[in-house]
Each structure stands twice: as C-alpha cells, then as structure tokens.
Design a protein around this ligand. Structure first.
Ligand SMILES: NC(=O)C1=CN([C@@H]2O[C@H](COP(=O)(O)OP(=O)(O)OC[C@H]3O[C@@H](n4cnc5c(N)ncnc54)[C@H](OP(=O)(O)O)[C@@H]3O)[C@@H](O)[C@H]2O)C=CC1
Ligand SMILES: O=C(O)[C@@H]1CCC=N1
Length: 271
C-alpha cells in the first residue's frame, strides 16, 4: 500500500487521516506534518500516526496531500520545491488554488491533482471532486480516486468547475449544519426542550438525506409528498418563499464560488 503524508493536519487533514484509518489503512502507511509539537502529539496519541517534518514526508511518502489554508501555501511550496520530482504525486485539497500554481513552483513534470473534499469524510461519507493538473496521468487520477473512495464518493470534474464545486459540496455541509441549528432554535421558540428539538430535527435530516440518496425521485416530488393540501407544511413554505430563502441560497453559494476564485487569484504571478 502507498504511504500517504498529510501536510497540515487541521480540520480536513485530520478528517482524512481518521477516514483513511476507518477505511482500513494502517497507521504505518500514514504520516502528517504539523507546525506545533503539541498538536502533533495530540494527533499521534489519537490515531497512532507519526508526525514528521516536510523533508521526511517528501522522502517517505508516495502521495503528498496538501491541506494547509490557501493563505499558508507559499512557505509549503518553498519547502517542497527542492524535494519533489516526477515520481512524486501531490494532491491539493486547498480551496481556490489551481494546479498551475503548484506546477509553476515545483520542479518540471511533478504531477498534481486538485481535490475538493468535505468534512463528512470523518464518517466515510465525503463528497470529493478530483481534477488532473497538466502532468497528472489517468493513473495518477486512479490512485487519488481509489484513496478517496475509502472515505466517501468521488467524481472527476474539469478543473474549471472546481470553484463551483467548492461552493456547493466543499462548503455544503456548513449550510446543512446552519439550517439544522436554525431549526433547532425554532423548536426552542415553540417551547420544546433543546435535546428533544435536536433529536427531532437531526433524525428528520438523516431520514430526508437517506430518501434523497436512495430514491430516484426529484427533491421537488419528495417535498410535495410532505405538503398536504391546506396542511401545515404549505404554511411554512409560504414563509420560506416570502423571506427569499431560495434567493438567499443562490446568492450565498455564488458568493462562496467568488471567494474560491479570489483565493486562487491571490497567488497569480505579478506581471
Ligand atoms: N474545512 C473544510 O471543510 C475543508 C477545507 N478544505 C481546504 O483544506 C485546507 C485546510 O482547511 P482546514 O482544515 O479547514 O484548515 P485548518 O486551519 O484547520 O488546517 C490547516 C492546518 O495546517 C497547518 N499548517 C499551516 N501551515 C503549515 C505548515 N507550513 N506545515 C505544516 N502544517 C501547517 C495549520 O496549523 P496552524 O493551526 O498552526 O496554522 C493547521 O493545523 C484549506 O486549504 C481548505 O480550503 C477543503 C475542503 C473542505
Ligand atoms: O471555508 C473554506 O474555505 C473551506 C473550503 C471548503 C470548505 N471549507
């Protein structure tokens, strides 16, 4: 099995380590780098995976997964540049950062695959989208797809769609958590105990997600089946429409896509 090093084991890096371990990877085949020794020690204790320096990771790993914040990428590229060659495989999870950035900064021919995953990776339910950079072959894509298939579903998309994917599925779990949080608050408003409101809404979300995943029916039809004539649901839907919730979602997701594009532009060469 290939050795995988996660550079920057924060929220998504840790989710990947945890997901891969749950998916059957051995801790001996995983490495990570972290800036602070206390964070590294915490991860080693939690997962039995070893923290190493970037040079060690580059030497020992077959696949280097970059999971630092886009704003922190420059020093990581400086460190990696003299260490990697065509036999390496770099996988970037960073929102907005194009494969061309890595290709400009790393040695000629280093293959790079851009991936947008999401945090349900922690429970083996990630949605990941992969795109090949200029030097990544079908074999590199197959390696990355296989890796990510241990922690959820994987699709391949043209890199030109990655900012939109980031706004939809990369950030997507946050929108659902936000809705659940607001709906639990509605339960509180109606006088229910918080624990009960939480149970009612979370199980409704799980059930609705399962129906969406397992039935062939369009979400509109699933919603219509809940919306009885002159019943309760239509009163709620009228309020959602009145408050522009659909338009708010369109605008919110467009704003997330714009930010992803902006994060990439921040690293374009100055002319
Ligand atoms: N969170 C999410 O849901 C998703 C995030 N992503 C992408 O993943 C990347 C990471 O995001 P997220 O996990 O949320 O962010 P975090 O800040 O939680 O994780 C980044 C980690 O990288 C560490 N780090 C920074 N620089 C270095 C370095 N030079 N060497 C080693 N470690 C370093 C940070 O340490 P320190 O804390 O000390 O700064 C931190 O632990 C981003 O690019 C983001 O766009 C993609 C999909 C989903
Ligand atoms: O908010 C962010 O920038 C990252 C990328 C997608 C999800 N979280």
């Amino acid at each position: 099995m290939s050795v995988i090093a996660v550079l920057g084991a924060g929220k998504i890096g840790e989710a990947l380590l945890s997901g891969l371990l749950h998916g059957g990877h051995s801790p001996d085949d995983l490495l990570f780098t972290e800036r602070y020794p206390a964070r590294a020690a915490e991860l080693t204790e939690r997962y039995g995976v070893h923290g190493v320096g970037v040079a060690d990771a580059a030497r020992r790993a077959d696949v280097l997964v970059v999971a630092v914040k886009p704003q922190d990428i420059e020093p990581v590229l400086d460190e990696l540049a003299p260490l990697l060659g065509e036999e390496s495989l770099v996988v970037s999870l960073c929102a907005g950062l194009p494969t061309a950035l890595y290709e400009r900064r790393l040695a000629d021919g280093v293959p790079v695959v851009r991936v947008m995953p999401n945090t349900p990776m922690l429970v083996g339910e990630a949605m990941s989208a992969v795109s090949a950079g200029a030097h990544a072959t079908a074999e590199h894509i197959a390696v990355v797809k296989d890796l990510l298939s241990h922690v959820g579903q994987v699709v391949e998309v043209p890199e030109s769609q990655q900012d939109a994917v980031t706004a939809l599925s990369g950030s997507g779990p946050a929108y659902f958590f936000y809705l659940v949080e607001a709906m639990i608050d509605a339960g509180i408003l109606l006088g229910l105990p918080r624990a009960l409101a939480g149970q009612l809404i979370i199980q409704s979300a799980v059930g609705a997600a399962k129906m969406l995943a397992e039935s062939d029916e369009h979400p509109v039809l699933l919603r219509e089946a809940v919306t009885s004539p002159a019943g309760t649901t239509i009163n709620a839907i009228r309020e959602l429409e009145k408050h522009g919730v659909r338009a708010a979602l369109l605008a919110a997701i467009e704003a997330a896509k714009d930010r992803s594009t902006e994060l990439g532009r921040a690293h374009e060469p100055r002319v």
